[in-house]
Design a protein around this ligand. Structure first.
Ligand SMILES: [Zn+2]
Ligand SMILES: [Zn+2]
Length: 257
């Protein structure tokens, strides 16, 4: 049994050394090799299947996406294969009312820290993209405008609970239903916020997570499938503030959009 284990781990090491992209070693002025920086992209980021590229410089993960949802929406042009008309009930039992906007391709570049840390000072989330979901569509915060609640916008969420802005940027303020029900599960990793901390769906260990189980940033620390040693992570819940609470837990990276 012990030998089998050694063979198993040896083969893992072999596979890793074969697939490693590149590594840079920084030499300090006193001549010692102070640290080795790997530019291999950790597997967890590869779950962002909608990205056109994901790279690492060892401290920052750069994720590029076009922001187009990979699911049907009434906000696609009727000539698009992903167009589907929609009527009826959407998020929170609201009767769907289409907004006048439509979906267009974007060129997002998300730069997020590879080793996220709790911040010593608070950074509020801005309007616009505050994170990236598995299919490359951005996460937006709980506001429709500066300090304006989402209330009037919820009716325009499509059957997968996203909608486009007047500048045609499709986004999710709430649970991305296509990801939690079709591409992954309610307890899966859903993406990352700009501070590098992961976002999980609305369930954990078979139970629904509600806001009372989360801190003011809308997260908590525990082990997850992707992080068996434990990590701070956000959860998406069914009530306001939905994804993030009163700002980033860590120090945010950047997004160009
Ligand atoms: Zn919106
Ligand atoms: Zn959790």
């Amino acid at each position: 049994m012990k030998i089998l284990k050694i063979v198993f781990f040896a083969s893992i090491l072999f596979i890793q050394s074969c697939t490693k992209d590149a590594a840079t070693t920084t030499t300090t002025t006193d001549g010692s090799n102070s640290n080795t920086t790997s530019t291999t992209v950790p597997d967890v980021y590869k779950k962002i299947y909608g990205a056109s590229s994901i790279t690492s410089d060892g401290t920052t993960i750069t994720i590029k996406t076009n922001g187009l949802p990979d699911h049907k929406s009434p906000y696609y042009a009727s000539t698009n294969a992903l167009y589907e008309s929609f009527t009826g009930t959407t998020f929170a039992g609201s009767v769907f009312q289409k907004n006048p906007n439509s979906i267009a391709e974007k060129a997002y570049i998300f730069k997020i820290p590879i080793n996220p840390k709790a911040a010593s000072s608070l950074t509020a989330t801005a309007l616009g993209a505050m994170g990236v979901s598995l299919n490359g569509v951005p996460f937006y915060n709980q506001y429709a405008g500066p300090n304006q609640p989402l209330t009037g916008e919820i009716v325009s969420f499509d059957k997968y609970w996203g909608h486009p802005t007047p500048s045609s940027a499709y986004h999710y303020h709430v649970e991305p239903l296509y990801l939690t029900t079709v591409k992954a599960t309610k307890s899966s990793l859903m993406g990352f916020l700009l501070d590098g901390f992961p976002v999980y769906g609305p369930e954990e260990n078979g139970a629904t997570v509600d806001n009372s189980k989360l801190d003011k940033y809308h997260g908590h620390t525990s082990t997850t499938t992707d992080y068996p040693n434990g990590i701070y992570h956000y959860h998406i819940t069914s009530t306001d503030p939905y994804i993030n609470g009163s700002g980033y837990y860590g120090t945010p990276g950047t997004v160009s959009q």
